[in-house]
Design a protein around this ligand. Structure first.
Ligand code: AHR
Length: 504
């Protein structure tokens, strides 16, 4: 019996809905065919956006969408993607398969997509090959509500009202594909560029994000932050310089040369993958500790704006398109990471899984007019109960599992939140691919009045295909027994459970 202790009276912090955010890049079939098929497509769409995909994402409660990249962002010149379709420039997508990018999905289409999804906007600017003026004019084009060259251009292109840009990042992976910069250089570029991202609407300030580290590059974090804050007394003096600092970490089972298959893996690779995904905990803790030195009040969010599994591409698909299947292993990876983000909600204010559709750890796969929801989709849907909630103090007993000592992991992961109505939401993930565990929850002095739960469960390799789209899906779970301040249930191997508890 594993004890889960929940202290509903101990509130630990606010869980930003953006912790469950997503990322969409002009890469493979993420934007084109995945979400955007154009107005003339035979696939049912609204202004070019697939209705089936938009409906599924709305049901999942997608809170924020990062766009247009990734590496693509540092080659993207936004003016190529506005105006009449037939006048838009065609370019080569040099990062992703060398295919022609016809710019038919640009700023207006992205804003329309976010409107249909009801989500916040996160635009990634081009630092690597763009200019200060280009970046500054993009913000003016999107957000200025007056008479100016860019606002006038937007109106001439059919959009009278400005849009809201919730988040804006200056560059992407500037230590890599975004320009191979050293941290000192990036920091001074960031200081300069961010100064020209004007807030035209004081009620809707743009949250500015600086490019943070790759994985364990603690030197990047320390150097960029010290350069950015070198002449500032305290964070308050600095207000406006930076609202977020990104972190990228992918779960790659083997190594970058031979990552491993998305579907054909054994028990050893299961634990190898989960042990690598758990590195996220260490990365967040150590980068946060450095951030604490500069920003002890956690005003700056750590934005994990690229994370997820990265496997070898599916056989027969374009290697530049990064298309991979998605199994229960991915759902467990999602469950673990979303629990980690919750537990660090005071510092982690946004996270964006890579990527939304047909790329890496996608929540949706499409083929022609067909669509499947992946196990990761269901993990996000189940965890959406935490959005906008308050993190509650909780802990669970665990054992180390896995045969290979270097790939051992704890058998269980959990987090708990309280929503605005006072209901508790418990999410638990079982990391074992073979064993079920009995769990006893104790709500420390609070009697259970009502309980309901959902489960996502299956063999470790199980996944959804276009022929069998419902092999893995979340279901009602009636096996949680409540008595007084206790909950008892058994969590099956490789599964996720979300429990909603109303207390007396
Ligand atoms: O998500 C795929 C790529 O991974 C992104 O374009 C880049 O930022 C990262 O290296």
């Amino acid at each position: 019996m594993y004890k889960l202790i929940i202290n509903p009276d101990s509130k630990k912090g606010y869980i930003s809905p953006e912790i469950q955010g997503h990322f969409s890049e002009h890469l493979g079939r993420c934007i084109y065919n995945g979400i955007f098929v154009g107005k003339d497509s035979a696939i049912p769409n609204t202004d070019g956006m697939r209705d089936d995909v938009v409906n599924a994402l709305r049901e999942m409660k997608l809170p924020v969408l990062r766009w247009p990249g990734g590496c693509f962002a540092d080659e993207y010149h936004w003016k190529d993607g506005i105006g009449p379709l037939d006048s838009r420039k065609k370019m080569i997508n040099t990062n992703w398969g060398g295919v022609v990018e016809d710019n038919s999905f640009g700023t207006h289409e992205y804003m329309e997509l976010c409107r249909q999804l009801g989500c916040k906007t996160y635009v990634n600017g081009n630092l690597g090959s763009g200019t200060v003026r280009e970046m500054s004019e993009w913000v003016e084009y999107m957000t200025f509500d007056g008479v100016s060259p860019m606002a006038d251009l937007r109106k001439a292109n059919g959009r009278e009202e400005p849009w809201t840009v919730d988040y804006f990042c200056v560059g992407n992976e500037s230590w890599g594909c975004g320009g191979y910069m050293v941290p000192e250089y990036y920091a001074s570029q960031y200081r300069q560029y961010q100064a020209f991202l004007k807030n035209y609407n004081s009620d809707k300030k743009i949250k500015k994000i600086a490019v943070g580290p790759n994985e364990k590059d603690y030197n990047w974090t320390r150097t960029v932050l010290s350069e950015c804050f070198r002449d500032q007394g305290s964070w308050n003096d600095n207000h406006g310089l930076m609202d977020g600092f990104s972190l990228h970490y992918y779960t790659v089972p083997h190594d970058w040369a031979h990552k491993g298959s998305a579907v054909f893996f054994d028990e050893k690779e299961w634990y190898m993958t989960l042990s690598k995904t758990l590195v996220m905990e260490e990365l967040i803790a150590k980068h946060s500790a450095i951030m604490d030195e500069f920003d002890p009040d956690c005003k700056i969010g750590l934005m994990v704006d690229e994370w997820g599994t990265w496997y070898d591409v599916e056989e027969g698909t374009n290697p530049g398109f990064l298309f991979q299947q998605n199994t229960m292993r991915d759902a467990v990876v999602a469950g673990i990471n979303l629990n980690i983000f919750n537990k660090h909600c005071n510092r982690v204010k946004m996270a964006n899984i890579a990527q939304l559709i047909n790329v890496l750890q996608a929540v949706i796969l499409t083929e022609g007019d067909k669509m499947v929801k992946t196990p990761t989709y269901y993990a996000f849907k189940m965890y959406s109960c935490h959005q906008d909630g308050t993190l509650i103090e909780s802990s669970i007993d665990t054992d180390r599992i896995g045969k290979e000592p270097e790939y051992q992991v704890p058998n269980l992961s959990e987090s708990v939140s309280m929503d605005k109505e006072g209901k508790l939401h418990i999410t638990i993930t079982n990391l074992s691919c073979s064993d079920a565990y009995e769990i006893e929850g104790n709500l420390l002095g609070h009697e259970v009045k009502n309980v309901k739960a959902e489960i996502l469960s299956g063999e470790m390799n199980s996944h959804n295909t276009f022929d069998n789209p419902n092999a893995v899906k979340c279901e009602i779970f009636n096996a949680v027994k409540a008595e007084g301040d206790r909950l008892k249930f058994t969590i099956p191997a490789s599964s996720l459970i979300a429990i909603e508890v109303e207390t007396a």
